[in-house]
Design a protein around this ligand. Structure first.
Ligand SMILES: Nc1ncnc2c1ncn2[C@@H]1O[C@H](COP(=O)(O)OP(=O)(O)OP(=O)(O)O)[C@@H](O)[C@H]1O
Ligand SMILES: [Mg+2]
Length: 251
C-alpha cells in the first residue's frame, strides 16, 4: 500500500492534481484506490464525479454526542467503529472517504485513536491511498492517517505560495510526520516568476502549465476526469507520476 498526500496553499490546485493522480493510477491499473478528502472546504467528490452521503466527522459527532441509552453490551467505541464504514462511498476502481470537520465541543482524543485504527485497517484494502489535504494538514498532524510515501506540496509560482510550500514542509518535519519524501509541484496557473526566483528548499518534481480546458471542465461537470484527452494539465501530472515512480522506487 502506497500513500500519496497532496498539500499546499488554498487554491493552488491540490484537488485538481489529486484527481489527475487518481486518473493516472486508474489508467495504469493501479487499483483499488482510496481517495481521502481531508480538506473540510474541499470538493474532491465533485472533481472525481461522485456523490457522498456523510463525512467521517459527521459520524464522529453523531456518536460522541449521543445522549440516549446505547443497546446492552454496546459501547460508543464499538458503535463508532461500526458506523465509520458508512462514510465510505464506493465507485469504479476507487472509494472516497470524506473526512469533514467535527463540530463537537471538545477534543475527541478517543475518537482520534479509533479513527487511526480504522484508517489503518481500511487502507490495507487498497493498493494506493491518495489524500487531498488542507494547507494546515490537520489530519496528517493528528496522525489519523498512516505513513505517507510521497508528499506533493503544490504551489503557484508566486513568492507567497512558494514560502507557504516551504512552511508546510517545515511543519511536517517539526511535527515528525512520517513522510518518506516531500516534493514541490508548481502549478503555473498562467503565472511566471523570473528565472532563479523560484528557488525553494524542496526537490522540484514538475510543473503543470495553465490549462484553459480545466476552466471549461469546471464550468460543465466539474469532474476532472471529463477533461479532454489532450489536456496539457493531465499530461503534466502523468509525467510527474512517471517521475515519482522512478524516484520513489515503483510508486
Ligand atoms: N493548471 C491549471 N490550469 C487551469 N486551471 C487550473 C489549473 N489547476 C487548477 N485550476 C483551477 O483552479 C481552481 C482551483 O483549483 P483546485 O480546486 O484544484 O485548488 P485547491 O488547492 O484544491 O483549492 P482549495 O484550497 O480551495 O481546496 C479550479 O477552478 C481549477 O479548475
Ligand atoms: Mg481543494
Amino acid at each position: 500500500m502506497t500513500t500519496i498526500a497532496l498539500a499546499g496553499k488554498g487554491g493552488s490546485g491540490k484537488t485538481t492534481i489529486s484527481s489527475f493522480v487518481i486518473d493516472y493510477l486508474l489508467r495504469r491499473g493501479k487499483r483499488p484506490i482510496l481517495a481521502v478528502d481531508a480538506d473540510p472546504n474541499s470538493n474532491l467528490n465533485e472533481a472525481l464525479g461522485v456523490s457522498f452521503d456523510g463525512t467521517v466527522a459527521s459520524v464522529v459527532d453523531e456518536i460522541m454526542e449521543k445522549k440516549e441509552e446505547l443497546p446492552a453490551g454496546m459501547t460508543k467505541d464499538r458503535l463508532l467503529e461500526f458506523h465509520l464504514q458508512d462514510a465510505l462511498s464506493e465507485s469504479e476502481g476507487f472509494d472516497l472517504l470524506v473526512m469533514g470537520r467535527t463540530e463537537g465541543p471538545g477534543c475527541y482524543c478517543r475518537a482520534n485513536d479509533l479513527l487511526r485504527d480504522f484508517m489503518e485497517k481500511l487502507s490495507e484494502n487498497y493498493q494506493y491511498v491518495v489524500m487531498d489535504n488542507e494547507a494546515g494538514m490537520e489530519h496528517l498532524s493528528r496522525k489519523t492517517t498512516r505513513d505517507v510515501d510521497a508528499l506533493l506540496i503544490v504551489a503557484n509560482p508566486t513568492p507567497v505560495s512558494l514560502r507557504s510550500a516551504e512552511r508546510i514542509n517545515e511543519t511536517a518535519k517539526k511535527l515528525k510526520l512520517r513522510i518518506k519524501k516531500a516534493y514541490l509541484v508548481i502549478n503555473e496557473l498562467g503565472m511566471n516568476l523570473p528565472a532563479g526566483s523560484t528557488e525553494v528548499n524542496l526537490p522540484l518534481l514538475g510543473k503543470i502549465p495553465y490549462d484553459e480546458e480545466l476552466l471549461k471542465t469546471s464550468l460543465n461537470s466539474g469532474c476532472v476526469f471529463d477533461s479532454p484527452e489532450n489536456s496539457i494539465a493531465r499530461k503534466a501530472v502523468f509525467e510527474i507520476m512517471e517521475k515519482l515512480s522512478c524516484f520513489s522506487n515503483g510508486i
